[in-house]
Design a protein. Structure first.
Length: 214
């Protein structure tokens, strides 16, 4: 290659078209909802056949919490991480090292267990509901308070990784070969914090709805 020739432009792969996303959404609702209801009813019947006394709403809360922790959180994390990287860099992100991949799997597992442990048990949801009713001062103010709490929780979770990656990036020059990898780590852990808080919020809302309606 001629050194004087311009470097080739690496374009990020395009995402799905709007029509493809609509088809996927329709299939997800048309297949996912009946499947979820079937799992819920089947779980109740299996527990009853095994002689385990459990309320249907409790089974539903555990399923909703499991969906948020095992499905929603990884999906949102992947989407947020891809969009943030594409917005800031445009080129494909470097693949994680085996050590990074193992650590991220551990983070996903611990985060899923935390979501299920918080949003699944009835006592936790009931206590959180009573505490929220005690501090609630109005619909608009409650919304602002939830947003503030979410932002603070995201920053709290992301702070250790952001501090480490920021210090590493300060030591590396603009053209250093390891710089892109540290930037990718920074993006991943911030995306993980944001996605975890979003998934936890959805799980709590769904569990609260199941508690008050069933």
């Amino acid at each position: 290659m001629d050194p004087a020739s311009p470097a080739p432009v690496v374009r990020a792969p395009r995402g799905l078209s709007r029509g493809s996303r609509a088809v996927i959404a329709i299939l997800a609702v048309g297949v996912g909802v009946p499947l979820f209801l079937g799992v819920w009813i089947g779980g109740i019947l299996l527990l009853d056949a095994a002689g385990i006394a459990v309320d249907p709403d409790q089974v539903l809360r555990w399923l909703l919490a499991g969906f948020a922790g095992l499905v929603l959180w990884p999906v949102v994390l992947h989407r947020v991480r891809r969009e943030l990287w594409r917005r800031d860099h445009g080129e494909p992100a470097p693949k994680p090292t085996p050590g990074d991949a193992a650590l991220r799997i551990g983070v996903l597992i611990v985060g899923a267990i935390a979501i299920i442990g918080v949003a699944g048990p009835r006592d936790v949801i009931a206590t959180a509901t009573m505490a929220w009713q005690a501090v609630s001062i109005g619909r608009r103010e409650d919304g602002l308070l939830l947003q503030l709490a979410g932002v603070l929780l995201i920053l709290l979770l992301a702070a250790p990784a952001l501090i480490v990656t920021h210090r590493a990036l300060k030591r590396l020059g603009p053209g250093h070969p390891s710089r892109a990898r540290w930037q990718e780590r920074q993006t991943w852990y911030f995306s993980a914090s944001l996605a975890w808080v979003a998934a936890l919020g959805v799980a709590l809302v769904l569990s609260f709805a199941a508690l008050v309606t069933l």
